[in-house]
Structures are given as structure tokens and as C-alpha cells.
Design a protein around this ligand. Structure first.
Ligand code: NAD
Length: 237
């Protein structure tokens, strides 16, 4: 479970734990990650998803400790807001490396192990931003990376469907977390986000987690390549 230290990831950790899973939080932030793991009675493994060696070491640690990896949730992500004409190479690369490279490295590490056991469920955190371009805030790198996550999910689902491994995606709309805190404190952005959402509110992290638990479980045995959008209706307008 990457990016499980806080926010949506923490809610997913709880959802999976309550469904009976042995959960490992893999996160770049050991301070918050260890505290969250302790609070919820799960385990913490440090990992930076932008570094494929770090990802490989974390998956190996979990596979050795648990005996097998049945579910992998690739949720770590960051957001930057820069006008595209001013966006630096570094800022573009940073968002792509966490949000898209990182998801690929984790899918590959999970897939290798799950294909060997001919079973497994991978769930990536996409975003409604992979379907629409948010407004008014500029975030072209984020939107492009999330569209990439959704299409990567479909590509891997097609490759691995015949070998027992399902790959799906959950795409939230606006959720109240650290990631959206700055935007919510900007009255113009907050108003646009709420007015653009038919349900007229942002989600709580716990409202995203059940979609992940569903895709992790046998209840979704015929789902692969699915993008489950949980957005309060944002993408209907
Ligand atoms: P958050 O900032 O609260 O949590 C993100 C977590 O990812 C943190 O624990 C952070 O330490 C971890 N992380 C960041 N970089 C990492 C790295 N290189 N390696 C390992 N871990 C790393 O954000 P959140 O809102 O909970 O977002 C979780 C996911 O949901 C992200 O993929 C985000 O893009 C997606 N999402 C969020 C929203 C929203 O409105 N909050 C909407 C749609 C999609």
C-alpha cells in the first residue's frame, strides 16, 4: 500500500485492515508512516516510489514477511500547480516520476510476483483529472500523469488478465486531504470545486476506501481494466 501514511491512503489502510488483510504501509515519510502504522496495528516499510530499487526492496520485504502479496494498492501521489508556460523541467519530472513512473514500478514489482502465483489484484489511484482538466488551477503535469495511470491500468489489465492478475483503478474527485488543503483555502478555487461538483461538497477519505476494498476482493472477480470514478458527480458536467 503506497502513500498509506495519511489522507486517502490511510483510509484505504483502515478499509483493508478491517476487511481482514495484513497491511503494509509503504511511504516515503517514515515519521508519519510509522505513527499511522502503529495507530492502526499495521506494519510500515519505507519506500520511495520514484526509485525502482527502493520499490523492489519494499516489495521483497513484504513478500518475505507475508509469504505472498495478494493485493497491491499504488496510491502515492503529489500535485503541483504551475502555469504550463512557466513549468520547469524539474517540476514536470517530479510529478511524472511520483504519479506515473512510481505507479509503473509498483505494478511491475507486484505483477512479477502475482504472475508467478497466478493470482492477485492491483489497484492504482488515478483521478478524475485523468478524464477532465481541472479548473481554475493549472496542473497539466498532474492531469497528464493521471490519464497515464488510467491507460497504464488498462494496458496491464489486458496483458495479465489471462494469467490470474487483475489491474484496476479508482479515480477520486476532490477529497479533503493535505493535497487539497491549499486549494480549499483559496476561496476562488474552493467555490469552483464545490460548484463544479453536483453533490456540492468534497469527499472524506473514508468515502474512497470502499471502492478499493471492492476491487481488492473476490466481489470484483470479473473486473479488470476498470476505472471506478468516485467523484460526487464532478465528471457528469
Ligand atoms: P496526501 O498528500 O495526503 O498523501 C500522499 C501520500 O503519498 C503521503 O503519505 C506521502 O508521504 C506519500 N508519498 C508522496 N511521494 C511519495 C514517494 N515518492 N514515495 C512514496 N510515498 C510517497 O494525498 P492524498 O490526497 O491522500 O492523495 C493520495 C492519492 O490520491 C494520490 O495519488 C492523489 O493524486 C490521489 N487523488 C487525490 C485527490 C484529492 O482530492 N485529495 C483526488 C484525486 C486523486
Amino acid at each position: 500500500m503506497t502513500g498509506g501514511a495519511q489522507g486517502i491512503g490511510e483510509a484505504i489502510v483502515l478499509g483493508l485492515r478491517n476487511a481482514g488483510a495484513r497491511v503494509f504501509i509503504c511511504d516515503i515519510n517514515p515519521e508519519v508512516g510509522n505513527a499511522t502504522a502503529e495507530r492502526h496495528g499495521v506494519e510500515f516499510v519505507p519506500a520511495d516510489v520514484t526509485d525502482s530499487a527502493s520499490v523492489e526492496a519494499a516489495f521483497e520485504h513484504v513478500a518475505t514477511a507475508a509469504g505472498s502479496i495478494d493485493v497491491a494498492v499504488n496510491n502515492a501521489g503529489i500535485a503541483h500547480n504551475h502555469a504550463s508556460e512557466e513549468l520547469s523541467d524539474e517540476d514536470w519530472r517530479r510529478v511524472m516520476s511520483v504519479n506515473l513512473d512510481g505507479v509503473f514500478y509498483c505494478c511491475r514489482a507486484a505483477g512479477r510476483r502475482m504472475l508467478r502465483q497466478e493470482a492477485g489484484s492491483i489497484i492504482n489511484t488515478g483521478s478524475m483529472s485523468g478524464h477532465i482538466a481541472n479548473r481554475p488551477q493549472p496542473q497539466s503535469a498532474y492531469n497528464a500523469a493521471k490519464a497515464g495511470v488510467i491507460h497504464l491500468t488498462k494496458s496491464l489489465a489486458g496483458e495479465w488478465a489471462g494469467r490470474g492478475v487483475r489491474v484496476n483503478c479508482v479515480s477520486p474527485g476532490y477529497v479533503g486531504t493535505e493535497l487539497t488543503k491549499r486549494g480549499m483555502s483559496n476561496e476562488e478555487w474552493r467555490r469552483a470545486w464545490i460548484d463544479g461538483t453536483p453533490m456540492s461538497r468534497v469527499a472524506e477519505p473514508r468515502e474512497i476506501a470502499p471502492a478499493v476494498v471492492f476491487l481488492a476482493s473476490e466481489a470484483s472477480s470479473y473486473c479488470t481494466g476498470t476505472d471506478l470514478v468516485v467523484d460526487g458527480g464532478y465528471t457528469v458536467w
